[in-house]
Design a protein around this ligand. Structure first.
Ligand code: FPP
Length: 246
């Protein structure tokens, strides 16, 4: 039986977050330039997005470019930005066909104007779709996101709109980039690294973490399904004891 057939559709995670890692090593292993890995990483993105949509996952959030990634060699940064522009452009028709709504989180103003424009167009165009919400984390830093939420709330306190004691978790969450989205129940990281790398630090407080040694360009929908099956075998206790949650 395939992994997909074994998945309990009544117990799907609503939101899956992914740290797509290992493009560079994948390319190096083949004696190619790192950008070859990013190009092949797009094929994995396509397959995983389709696989998630097919299954009925509601939210998929992909760590596409971190705020720290700006420090990579200019050649690589430019190549990733070009790849983003061309991919978004090429994939719009497919996103529409598959009823996928595109979304983005991060400091999007840092993106090159052309990339920002292409992204905004695609977000606008796909906003009518009602299926999977595909969020790209771009120029994203979780610490910056949390700090910005604190700054927004502090400003409201300063101008008298809020009392410090009015601030609760819900209000804090409403000031994050992910406002309105459920927190991920499952976080997947590829490439055998066991790190969170400044990704969704607030949102993954209770997420199940899944690490695989597969490099991102080798990761396909069957691997996603395997991760979901693993998630479904876990007991999520949220600080309680086993008898309370069963
Ligand atoms: C991590 O591998 C990958 C990235 C920083 C870029 C991710 C970009 C893509 C998959 C392509 C564009 C995506 C979309 C959604 C259009 P790495 O370069 O850190 O690999 P390494 O750890 O082996 O060096």
């Amino acid at each position: 039986m395939s992994y997909k057939d074994q998945i309990d559709l009544q117990k799907l995670p609503r939101h899956i977050a992914v740290i797509m890692d290992g493009n560079g090593r994948w390319a190096k292993g083949k004696g190619k330039l790192r950008i070859f890995g990013h190009h092949n990483g797009v094929l994995s993105v396509r397959d995983v997005v389709e696989g998630a949509g097919d299954l009925g996952i509601e939210y998929l959030t992909l760590y596409t470019f971190s705020a720290e990634n700006w420090n990579r060699p200019t050649f690589e940064v430019n190549a990733i930005m070009e790849l983003l522009i061309s991919t978004i452009n090429k994939e719009i028709a497919k996103l529409m066909k598959n009823n996928v709504r595109l979304n983005a989180i991060g400091d999007l103003n840092q993106l090159p104007a052309k990339c920002h424009k292409e992204l905004s167009n695609a977000i606008e165009k796909t906003s009518v779709n009602t299926g999977l919400v595909l969020t790209l984390a771009l120029s994203y830093s979780s610490r910056q996101e949390i700090m910005q939420a604190a700054i927004n709330l502090a400003a409201k306190v300063q101008n008298g709109e809020l009392q410090p004691g009015d601030i609760d978790e819900k209000m804090f969450e409403d000031n994050l980039y992910t406002a309105g989205m459920p927190n991920p129940e499952l976080l997947i990281r590829t490439s055998g690294e066991y790190r969170i790398s400044n990704y969704l630090l607030w949102q993954i407080a209770y997420a199940e973490l899944y690490f695989t040694s597969k490099l991102w360009p080798d990761f396909r929908r069957e691997d996603l399904y395997e991760a979901i099956l693993d998630y479904q075998k876990r007991e999520r206790r949220f600080g309680m004891i086993s008898e309370q949650v069963n």
